[in-house]
Design a protein around this ligand. Structure first.
Ligand code: SAM
Length: 285
């Protein structure tokens, strides 16, 4: 039977029961049971009829159906086989053209061959892997020009944090390599089934030109990782191993125009990049 429109709370539970899905924490399975929230997310992502949307973790399809309403095509990557198999049935039952929907039953943390380059990412990300999945997609899928993802509020704040704030860290500095990242609103716990014990927020990203080439990015990211490995360490200590000693680290950081007694949390992405350039100059001198 065809039921036009999006999924509602009763149907979501009914489908889960029928296919034997008991939501698990391990896979971050908190399903959105509110159609208005799904439309709000798609609107916030500014999905256009020309877009190919990528969704990670479509679950029972709440957001997927909202994407099918707006995008030209939807590519959905779902790790749980029962959910991946049921999704086209749900979409067809709701009157959607399933030739617009490609479902890939795979772990989004692995290398994925996409049928075509997606233009926009819209996802309620599985919480336990949200940061690596997002950073991985920014790195490996350059066709993604923008997106809105729902993540744990704490993670959202870290992704969008600016230097000198308590939430600033490696995810903030790394995400800034590829994109402008901003908070895009919070989401009530009551719209999930089951209700999670953490708050959720939306994060919007808009891709920009990366500031340097891939080899420089890798070196810059190693410097970011070392700088935040022990948050309270000064740069000269934190970068000692990567630079070959404390005094070498001091020299490298100083020649990048940065105080070696500063801490990673004070540095802009452009500062980490300047340190990478200084380190490379030293290594190739
Ligand atoms: N999009 C749905 C919604 O909003 O109702 C479900 C979101 S739920 C927070 C996360 C989804 O990601 C679940 O369907 C889960 O099975 C799936 N998932 C978890 N880990 C995954 C992974 N590594 N790769 C792909 N999907 C994953």
């Amino acid at each position: 039977m065809t039921t036009p429109g999006l999924l509602g709370a009763v149907e979501i539970r009914e489908i889960a029961a029928r296919i034997g899905v008991n939501p698990t924490k391990k896979l971050g399975q908190n399903f959105v049971v509110d159609a208005n929230t799904c439309r709000r997310i798609v609107k916030s992502a500014d999905v256009q009829p020309t877009d190919i949307a990528l969704e990670i973790g479509p679950g029972l399809g709440s957001l997927t159906l909202a994407l099918l309403e707006s995008a030209r095509e939807v590519i959905a990557i779902e790790i749980d086989t029962r959910l991946a198999e049921e999704l086209p049935i749900t979409a067809a039952n709701h009157g959607f053209d399933i030739s617009k929907l490609t479902i890939i039953n795979q772990d989004a943390m692995h290398e994925i061959e996409l049928p075509q380059p997606p233009t926009v990412l819209v996802a309620n990300l599985p919480y336990n892997v949200s940061v690596p999945v997002l950073l991985g997609l920014l790195e490996k899928v350059p066709s993604l020009r923008s997106g809105v993802v729902m993540v744990q509020s704490e993670v959202a704040e870290r992704l969008a944090a600016k230097p000198g704030t308590k939430n600033y860290g490696s995810p903030s500095a790394k995400a800034a390599w590829w994109a402008d990242v901003e908070l895009a609103g919070s989401v009530a716990r009551s719209i999930f089934w089951p209700i999670p014990n953490v708050d959720s927020s939306l994060v919007r990203f808009t891709r920009h030109q990366p500031p340097a080439d891939e080899a420089t990015r890798q070196l810059t990211f190693s410097i970011i990782d070392a700088s935040f490995a022990q948050r309270r360490k000064m740069l000269r200590g934190a970068l000692s191993e990567i630079c070959g000693g404390n005094s070498e680290a001091s020299d490298v950081v100083t020649s990048a125009g940065i105080d070696p007694t500063a801490r990673g949390e004070e540095l802009l992405l452009s500062d980490f990049l300047a340190i990478a350039h200084a380190l490379r100059n030293r290594l190739t001198a």
